[in-house]
Design a protein around this ligand. Structure first.
Ligand SMILES: [Zn+2]
Ligand SMILES: [Zn+2]
Length: 286
């Protein structure tokens, strides 16, 4: 029933934060860093280019030539390190529209992709990529339109800044909010605005409250949030379904199982993000 023109499908290619962590203990939730694909009304939107982007690229080889829109939350390594290994970007005839906010030091998203591929840290410069790459600097707070799809964004509380996105089409809304740290005394109005009444909220909850406030190794100021805060946001913003995302590399599968049970008890319509899984929405018949 769901032709590609008539659906909103979210595919999780990388759900891990900070650093890839493959291995026997992370095989069920996955070890690749952030990359989310949204297939909306026949368009392909990609959020972040962590190592999950490499795997997505392999899956796209049979669909070339292709066009996609790639949105970056920020350029910490775990969100861009898959891009130099995104094979479709090396193939002439493909087109990628690449979006990101200007960093606090003035560097554009193009500049930062260029820089991560420079010698001697990487052997192949950005210019070798043969696809048509169009870079766009987004302004926090603006709304982008791609056909009937609206993409809003807002600044997040993160070292070096990040932006969260909110994608809406035919009454379906999905918010992608990573990397972000909660405030000690109030919910972040930007996060609430992005998440407002969303059908799906994918949110950074790298830690538990116990880890975040640990006296021995506090995570305060590290730029990430907790599942307990994610639940508060989801409830306050009247989110329908909550996805816990940007898993800490120290959280193995059993730990994530355990956290998932606690999250479900606090917010029943919730899941732990899992590499390789998909969530699909169909517009209500009008
Ligand atoms: Zn991150
Ligand atoms: Zn970050």
């Amino acid at each position: 029933m769901s032709s590609i023109q008539n659906r909103f499908k979210i595919n999780f290619w990388g759900v891990r934060g900070s650093i890839p962590c493959p291995g026997a203990e992370t095989v069920r939730y996955g070890g690749n860093t952030p990359c989310i694909e949204m297939q909306v009304a026949g368009e392909r939107l990609i959020f972040d280019g962590g190592t999950g982007l490499r795997v997505l690229g392999q899956s796209l080889l049979s669909e070339m030539p292709l066009e996609a829109h790639i949105f970056f939350t920020h350029s910490h390594w775990d969100h861009i390190q898959g891009f130099p290994f995104f094979v479709p970007a090396f193939v002439k005839g493909n087109r990628f529209n690449i979006y990101g906010a200007v960093a606090p030091n003035g560097a554009t998203i193009k500049q930062r992709h260029h820089d991560q591929m420079l010698h001697p840290n990487f052997p192949v410069p950005l210019q070798i990529m043969q696809a048509n790459l169009q870079f766009y600097d987004i302004t926090p707070g603006e709304t982008l339109k791609i056909g009937e799809i609206a993409i809003e964004n807002a600044k997040l509380n993160h070292p070096g800044e990040a932006v969260g996105y909110r994608v809406s089409w035919q009454g379906i809304t999905v918010a992608y909010v990573t990397d972000t740290e909660h405030f000690p005394d109030r919910l972040d109005p930007n996060v609430l605005w992005l998440a407002r009444e969303a059908d799906l909220l994918i949110i950074d909850a790298a830690y538990t409250d116990e880890e975040y406030y640990s006296e021995k190794s506090s995570k305060v100021g590290w730029g990430h949030s907790t599942w307990q805060e994610a639940v508060k946001v989801a409830a306050a913003a009247q989110v329908k379904k909550l996805v816990i995302f940007h898993h800490d590399p120290l959280h193995n599968d059993d730990t994530l199982d355990r956290i998932g049970e606690e999250v479900s008890a606090a917010f029943p319509n919730s899941v732990m993000a899992r590499e390789g899984e998909s969530i699909e929405f169909l517009p209500q018949a009008s």
